[in-house]
Design a protein around this ligand. Structure first.
Ligand SMILES: [Zn+2]
Length: 424
């Protein structure tokens, strides 16, 4: 953790400075613009995909995950291909020389890879500390991070002056590390919501002072259970293979990481947007106008906390999980938040569910066997109604089963298994 402490501190200080209370939005945008222009001139042309004359951001093509993964070597300075990364990861290595590599937890055909330098890794750590626990660092903290070990990002776990950082591998399941976690007694815990929910349901004895949900969409049902058990507000770190994208402030509002990422937004409908991100502090792997799969609802107003960073009312889910339902007049689109709310509002006893579109005309609802029959019927009726109100033609099927903690993949309570729809 000590190696590169200078980079950690620089990034820590910059993040605090650019997100500080009362900073004028124009000043933030000016700093952002300067860093972005420098990056477009100096760093972007160093990878083959962007060779040639220097162009303003608006003239660059929008890049999606498929494009970047198919020609991965053209987007990084080392010329590494996706196969190189895949091979190294298969050998259980998260390093390429001094660089850190990793993959998203997507299905095998849809995995995203990343590569960052040691300096970028340190900057990332500085930024995340500045956004999460700057006020706690005056005394010793034990930080536990539970995430899939498919990345080397957390390799520099260890002890520093006021920080004891320990990593727990989600993919091997909590039964393997839960006791160790409890013995460690973290003061700060970062984990996907399903893990926090699992610890809450198991009545785990840990008593963290700060709790962060990370890596997956946070559902209200989980939030309530977690906050009730631990007696603390649940905060959020919104990150992806693409990097650190947003973190909640002390008011609980999720602010975009605009000090290191330039955001553009594509309108999807129903007030939802999908972000294009430009990571203007990353040099090794270039991400410019990169299209994310996520659906966000942005806040129209500044946050009362005084930060100049824009904030997100809700991360609704993934664009791929929008249901596409045939109707008499073409295809009807239903976003994940509408489906989730319809089920949860059908009966207050529903505290977990899955809803899956398995084919255009078929939607499956999965509920626990112990849920009373009338609650399950209400959920079925709510979804049938939702489909009917939009003149959709889909059969809704009920499936009662145990909904176990799955550690090998991201939890998607709302999931579409039919080929992706795009807003363009
Ligand atoms: Zn705020």
């Amino acid at each position: 953790l000590i190696t590169g402490a200078g980079e950690v501190l620089t990034s820590f200080a910059r993040t605090l400075r650019l997100s500080r209370k009362g900073l004028d939005r124009n000043r933030l945008e000016r700093a952002q613009r300067q860093a972005l222009d420098r990056w477009l001139t100096r760093d972007l042309p160093k990878v083959p995909f962007y060779e040639g004359p220097i162009r303003p951001l608006n003239d660059l093509p929008v890049v999606d995950k498929t494009t970047q993964m198919e020609s991965f070597d053209e987007f990084n300075q080392l010329g590494l291909s996706a196969d190189d990364i895949r091979g190294a990861l298969q050998d259980g290595s998260f390093r390429f020389g001094t660089h850190t590599i990793g993959a998203s937890t997507g299905t095998s055909g849809n995995r995203g890879f990343f590569i960052i330098s040691q300096a970028e890794n340190n900057a990332w750590l500085g930024s995340i500390l500045a956004k999460t626990i700057p006020d706690l660092l005056w005394r010793q903290q034990r930080v536990a991070v539970v995430l899939p070990q498919n990345t080397g990002l957390y390799d520099n776990a260890g002890r520093a002056n006021r920080l004891d950082l320990r990593f727990f591998d989600l993919t091997i399941g909590p039964e393997r590390w839960q006791r160790e976690l409890e013995a460690f007694a973290p003061t700060v815990l970062v984990a996907p919501p399903k893990v926090l929910r699992h610890l809450a349901d198991e009545k785990s004895a840990i008593r963290p002072v700060r709790l962060f949900s990370a890596a997956e969409t946070l559902d209200l049902v989980d939030r309530t259970a977690i906050e009730t058990r631990f007696g603390r507000p649940l905060e959020q770190i919104y990150m992806a293979t693409e990097g650190l994208l947003a973190v909640t402030c002390r008011r609980g509002n999720l602010h975009l990481a605009e000090e290191s990422v330039f955001f553009e937004f594509e309108t999807v409908g129903d007030g939802l947007v999908s972000p294009l991100i430009t990571c203007f502090r990353r040099r090794v792997q270039i991400m410019a106008r990169y299209r994310m799969n996520d659906l966000l609802r942005l806040s129209p107003a500044p946050c009362p906390c005084g930060s100049p960073l824009r904030w997100v009312l809700e991360v609704v889910g993934r664009q791929d999980d929008i249901f596409q339902i045939p109707s008499g007049h073409g295809t009807v689109l239903v976003t994940p938040d509408i489906l989730r709310n319809a089920i949860l509002e059908a009966d207050r006893r529903i505290d977990d569910f899955r809803i899956v579109q398995t084919e255009p005309g078929r939607i499956e609802i999965h509920l626990k066997p112990e849920l009373p029959e009338d609650a399950a019927s209400a959920a079925l009726f709510a979804i049938e109604n939702l489909v009917a109100n939009r003149n959709g033609r889909a059969k809704v099927v009920m499936n009662r089963r145990q909904l176990h903690l799955e550690t090998g993949r991201k939890l998607r309570r709302v999931e579409s298994r039919i080929p992706a729809w795009r807003a363009d």
